[in-house]
Design a protein around this ligand. Structure first.
Ligand SMILES: CC[C@@H](C(=O)O)C(=O)SCCNC(=O)CCNC(=O)[C@H](O)C(C)(C)COP(=O)(O)OP(=O)(O)OC[C@H]1O[C@@H](n2cnc3c(N)ncnc32)[C@H](O)[C@@H]1OP(=O)(O)O
Ligand SMILES: [Co+2]
Length: 137
């Protein structure tokens, strides 16, 4: 596998609006993608747009949200995952398997409308890795 650009850093937060306000007032962020629900992913999402990347703010949505345990352990929120672009998620899954790394579940359509998959943090020094195909402009 060969990872490409860093697409986003995922931050789990208890409240999206408060987190966005923090990025606006403390860090001077001016460009945001307003909150929207991704029911199949069990999250509400907003983005802080940066010149070279994005901060993905995620809030639990629904009882089975995959970030609910994380937020119970980190009630004020915390860095949750990093996402790199790959040319092909299908190829990345095969390449990861060849290296003995399992992916979590099946590929899904992510917040950018393209395929993505997660690799468990146990395979990457305790960091949850998301791999996504880049959005086509
Ligand atoms: C917005 C859509 C999409 C996009 O397009 O960008 C997204 O990013 S969605 C983001 C949310 N979705 C996901 O994270 C899906 C994949 N994640 C999962 O399936 C789960 O979060 C998990 C990684 C399998 C963990 O599940 P959980 O129920 O929390 O398991 P445990 O509580 O038992 O934890 C096991 C183990 O793993 C450690 N852990 C959990 N989460 C993280 C994390 N984000 N980063 C690092 N480590 C994590 C946890 O502390 C446990 O460790 P040990 O105690 O040492 O066993
Ligand atoms: Co993400």
């Amino acid at each position: 596998m060969k990872i490409g650009p860093l697409n986003h850093v995922g931050i789990a937060v208890p409240n999206l609006e408060e987190a966005m306000e923090n990025y606006r007032t403390l860090y001077g962020a001016t460009e945001f993608v307003q909150p929207f629900v991704m029911e199949a992913q069990g999250v509400r999402v907003a983005f802080v747009n940066l010149p070279n990347s994005q901060i993905e703010l995620i809030e639990p949505y629904g009882e089975k949200s995959p970030i609910r345990n994380f937020l119970e352990k980190n009630p004020k929120g915390g860095q949750h995952h990093v996402c790199f672009e790959v040319d092909s998620v299908a190829d990345a899954i095969n390449d990861a398997a060849a290296e003995g790394a399992s992916v979590i579940g099946e590929p899904r359509i992510g917040a950018h409308g393209t395929l993505m998959i997660f690799i468990h943090p146990k395979h990457s020094n305790g960091v949850l890795i998301e791999l996504m195909e880049p959005a086509k402009h």
